[in-house]
Design a protein around this ligand. Structure first.
Ligand SMILES: Nc1nc2c([nH]c(=O)n2[C@@H]2O[C@H](COP(=O)(O)OP(=O)(O)OP(=O)(O)O)[C@@H](O)[C@H]2O)c(=O)[nH]1
Ligand SMILES: [Mg+2]
Length: 313
């Protein structure tokens, strides 16, 4: 059998200051004409993905890219090609948008698209765009239930929109009771709550989804419904998360933390090397981090930081 040829593609997600992002319709005459995509195209020989992105956005829409960060990498098999798609977040450009190929443009709100259909390979990218920069993990273990629930209400009022309810010290009944209370509070504020390692309970209680500990991730054969993320520590666990089609992972331990003192840490260099392999989901740093580490995390290729103790101060 001949080796499958991989077509390398670069595509840009233009993001405006108001958070909206750009989709373009594919021009007549191309495969999937009329479907919506992120502007971009195939790498020419000798080009890096960033060079191809810059050239394609100039050719297709007449803009000059001034700031672009590599984000997700998705591989996909179409009848017409096996593609490896390098998606960039484009936060800076010069010039007005011109549809040089007769395409249409549409600015979109994450999670609330008003155009369709979007190219099938882009599903995880559209999900990733809905995820926050800071992912909060609960800390009932240290604060106690009453104090944590009080802090939760303050944080919800201040805009907390994503929460992982991780309390491995609780027995099943106590955890379920806490989950019910947490969901009742969170739902008033449109906050998405992910339960820890219990897809069935998440479904019964109507939680947004589930967060899998690494051991459970490695034993899972079918992706649970709703939002699904996992904790990972190495390339094998990252690969498993990609195979299952998860929505995000938290990768650590980045720095020594109070909960894992003296344990092995990745540091931002080790973190960056793993993220740089290219994954179809956002990767958060975890372990001894706070929101103050956001810039360092993003410089290392992270979506952001997962924070535990620091989320409830
Ligand atoms: N530009 C772009 N291509 C995508 C996306 N998602 C996705 O699956 N693709 C696939 O990536 C491949 C390359 O896309 P393209 O047709 O834009 O390439 P191109 O601009 O170089 O076109 P050309 O070869 O006709 O000049 C196509 O197979 C397309 O289906 C996306 O969001 N943007
Ligand atoms: Mg193109």
């Amino acid at each position: 059998m001949s080796e499958t040829k991989i077509t390398h593609v670069a595509a840009g997600i233009l993001i405006r200051a108001d958070g909206q992002f750009l989709l373009g319709s594919r021009p007549a005459g191309k495969p999937y004409a009329g479907w919506w995509e992120f502007p971009g195209g195939k790498l020419e020989s000798g080009e890096t993905a960033l060079q191809a992105l810059t050239r394609e956005l100039q050719e297709e829409m007449g803009i000059r890219v001034t700031a672009a960060q590599p984000w997700l990498v998705q591989t996909f098999v179409y009848p017409h090609a096996h593609v490896r798609l390098n998606f960039f977040k484009v936060s800076g450009w010069e010039g007005e948008l011109h549809p040089h190929e007769g395409q249409q443009f549409a600015w979109q709100t994450p999670g609330r698209l008003n155009v369709e259909p979007v190219l099938p390979a882009n599903t995880p990218i559209l999900r990733g765009l809905q995820l926050p920069a800071v992912l909060a993990f609960s800390n009932v273990a240290e604060l106690g239930e009453t104090a944590w629930l009080a802090t939760l209400q303050t944080q919800l009022a201040q805009g907390l929109r994503w929460l992982v309810l991780r309390e491995p010290q609780l027995d099943a009944d106590s955890y379920a009771a806490l989950a019910r209370q947490t969901l009742a509070l969170a739902q008033e504020h449109g906050c998405q709550v992910l339960l820890h390692g219990q897809p069935e309970l998440a479904e019964v209680l109507g939680a947004a989804g589930v967060h899998l500990p690494a051991r459970q991730l490695m034993q899972t054969t079918t992706r649970p419904g709703g939002w699904c993320g996992a904790s990972v520590h190495n390339a094998a666990e990252l690969a498993k998360a990609a195979e299952l089609g998860l929505d995000y992972v938290v990768l650590g331990t980045v720095a020594a933390s109070q909960s894992h003192p003296g344990g092995a840490t990745l540091g931002w260099d080790g973190f960056s090397a793993l993220v740089g392999q290219g994954w179809p989901f956002p990767v958060y740093g975890i372990g001894g981090l706070s929101a103050a580490d956001l810039d360092a995390a993003q410089a290392a290729g992270a979506q952001g930081v997962a924070i535990l103790r620091a989320a409830w101060r």
